[in-house]
Design a binder for this molecule. Structure first.
Ligand SMILES: [Zn+2]
Length: 78
């Protein structure tokens, strides 16, 4: 079993609702998204683009947490 150091950076997770499928999806972002909390347009795995509000839902990602999409910076979605 791996012992993961808390200082290791696994990025951030922003959860968002996917209305067409009724599921909660996870977007992984490598850089801290707190610098800009304006909405993002996420190209979801369901094929639609969802407008997502950033600030209330961001949190640290744990090492083995799955995600549906990944970006380096939220600026890619604005
Ligand atoms: Zn969706």
């Amino acid at each position: 079993m791996w012992i993961v150091s808390p200082s290791r950076d696994h990025g951030w997770v922003i959860s968002f609702g996917c209305k067409p499928t009724g599921r909660l999806r996870r977007l992984k972002v490598d850089t801290d998204p707190s610098s800009d909390t304006s909405p993002i347009d996420v190209p979801c795995v369901c094929g639609e683009v969802h407008r997502v509000t950033v600030s209330p839902y961001r949190r640290r990602r744990s090492a083995d947490e799955a995600f549906d999409l990944e970006v380096t910076s939220l600026d890619e979605l604005r």
